[in-house]
Structures are given as C-alpha cells and as structure tokens.
Write a protein that binds this ligand. Structure first.
Ligand code: ASP
Length: 340
C-alpha cells in the first residue's frame, strides 16, 4: 500500500486546488489492452480493476473504462492496432467533454502501436500510453504510478497537440521517438535522439519540448504484409527471399552503416521489388540516416531516413494501406527524419 500514500497526498492537494478553482476534474477514458500492467495476483486485471486500484483518483480525473482486448503485446498486429485507432477516434467523436484517453498496453510492442496511432489519428486531444515493467501482483510494481501519471497527462490541456504520448518511470515520451531499450529495467523506455518531452514530478506535469517529427497519414486501412529484415555479415538474403515469397507488399531492411548491402542482398532486394514489394533501407546501427547512392535510388529503393526498423515498418504499413505512392512515402520518411 505504501506506493499509494504519496499519490493520496498529492490527490488531496489537487482536490483542494480544483475545489478552490471551482473546476471539476477532467474526464479521461481508460482503454485496456492487456500486458504486464494488467498482471494481477488473482489473474488478469481489466481496465475497471486498474482504475479501482488507484485510491484518490477521483480528485485527479473522472475516469471511465473499457477493455479493447486483453493480450500480451507480442500478439499485437497492424490490423488490431488500426482497430484501436478507430475505436479511439470514435470515443473522441462520441464524447466532446473528454479531455483525453489513456491506453494501457504491454511494453513489448508498445512503441509500434503508439507510433501507428500517432500517424493515423488527427492532432488534438491527448492519447497517452501507460505500461509497466513489473506487474501489479508485485509489491513494488511500477504500474499504479505509471497509470496515475498517464491519467494526469491525458487530463491536462497542456498535453494537446503533442501527438500520442508514452508515460513510464516519470517521463513523458513522444511516440515517434520512444523505444524500449531494456527487457526488465524500470527506465527501459527512452527517446535516444531527442530526450523525453517532459516529466511528471509529484503529480506536476513539466514539459520541455514540442515533438516536431510528426506526420499525419489519414487512411481507412493498413497493409499488414510488411516485413522487417536485419542484415548480418553474410546474412539477410534468405530472409528477404522468404519475405518476397510470402507475398510481402513492403520490406524494411536494416542495412549496414549508411546504406550498404552486399551483392547477394542487392540481388534479393531486386527480386523482391520485381515481385511487387516496396523496399526501404534503414540503418542497423541504431541511429543516424541512410543516404542512398544514385544507383540504389534508380533501382527504386527508398531511404527510411533515421527511423529505426520497427518504426519504418509501421510507417510503411500505414502508407501502403493509404495507397500512397513511392514518392509520397519517401517524402514521409524525410519529414519524419526532420527534413523538409
Ligand atoms: N509481455 C508483456 C507485454 O504484453 C510485457 C510487458 O507488458 O511488459 O508486452
């Protein structure tokens, strides 16, 4: 119970503050999708259970709940991610009084779901992801604190127009930038290129920057047949061939350094493109842009800029679903890398 004591104190201060200002607490909708944050001692917790485990919450926000799915996020896939985006758009349309929406999600594929939603949802009221590295059945779970912080962020007018946000370990991250960088550490989520957008400290939201690398791609569907292949010394060509044979419409290749791919890979790339796949190169180094040679560009390969493989795959999934041309997709990668 200890972890609730501070939250309770902060809540009391907020009640007094909101009573003094005469403002009712903001309305926030909580959508559960599963993951470690839902791992209760007696079995999986639904969104209502998660809300009930946050004493003092009523003074922070008026929270309604629903369960979208209850799965480990290694089972997420693009169609489900897009259905979640559609559900969020519908909730916002039905409820003009709503300040924002919180999504609880497993940490495994959180950065992919958050980025897909960031691409397809229009800017405006906040959508904030919360997750946990340690399940609520542990005494020292990070779930309740992360969830309460996310609810505060979703309830704040200051979070508008920042795109989809991810709140863990007291930090607020932009969906475009955030990555899971550790399998178990509480500080697993980081934005290596830009740092976090802000923090939640003792219940107070501190904002440092406005995410600029954002792009809206309206679509009515996504293209799930997009594969991600990572090159290794002597490896990658067979995986590319397999992806093409399986009918991939897009393939993101994590290539060497600034855009290098040896001849067997180049041949497999050409064959995949002839079979109808759009091929995007990103770097396997973990940071920095791919800049293609003239020859690579003439062969029809696209640069994914400095997006990592996971994010580039999500962008391709959305852009192909939206029926965008190769030129338009190339431009989207440039925009999302901070270029014009
Ligand atoms: N297996 C979990 C998941 O759903 C891991 C987590 O949530 O941290 O991603």
């Amino acid at each position: 119970m200890n972890r609730f004591v501070r939250a309770g104190t902060a809540s009391l201060i907020l009640v007094l503050a909101s009573q003094a200002s005469g403002q009712p607490p903001p309305a926030v909708h909580l959508i559960g999708t599963g993951g470690t944050i839902s791992g209760g001692a007696g079995g999986p917790l639904n969104a209502g259970d998660l809300r009930a485990a946050l004493p003092g919450l009523d003074s922070v926000a008026s929270v309604t709940t629903e369960d979208f799915v209850r799965i480990g996020s290694s089972r997420m896939h693009p169609d489900l991610q897009f259905q979640l985006a559609e559900r969020i758009a519908a909730v916002f349309a039905e409820r003009p009084e709503l300040a924002g929406i919180v999504v609880t999600h497993g940490t495994d594929s959180l950065e992919e779901t958050a980025f897909l939603l960031d691409l397809v949802l229009p800017s405006g009221r906040p959508v904030v992801f919360a997750a946990a590295q340690r399940p609520p059945r542990y005494e020292d779970s990070d779930g309740p604190r992360n969830l309460l912080d996310a609810i505060r962020v979703a309830g704040s007018r200051r979070s508008r127009d920042l795109g989809v946000l991810v709140v863990l370990n007291g930090q607020i991250h932009a969906a475009r930038e955030v990555k899971k960088t550790h399998s178990i550490a509480l500080h697993a989520f980081a934005s290596p290129d830009t740092g976090p957008v802000g923090m939640v400290d003792e219940g107070e939201i501190l904002l440092f920057s406005t995410p600029r690398r954002r792009h809206h791609l309206a679509t009515t569907r996504v293209e799930p047949r997009v594969e991600l292949v990572r090159l290794s010394a002597g490896g990658g060509a067979a995986a590319l061939q397999g992806a093409a044979e399986a009918g991939a419409r897009g393939i993101v290749v994590e290539v060497f350094g600034r855009g290098n791919a040896p001849p067997p890979v180049a041949e497999a790339v050409d064959a995949a493109m002839q079979a109808g796949a759009l091929v995007v190169f990103v770097t396997r180094t973990g940071a920095g842009r791919v800049v293609l040679s003239d020859a690579q560009r003439e062969r029809g390969i696209l640069s994914g800029g400095d997006l990592d493989g996971l994010k580039a795959r999500i962008l391709l999934t959305v852009a192909l679903g939206a029926g965008r041309t190769a030129d338009e997709i190339g431009a989207a990668f440039r925009l999302l890398s901070g270029a014009e």
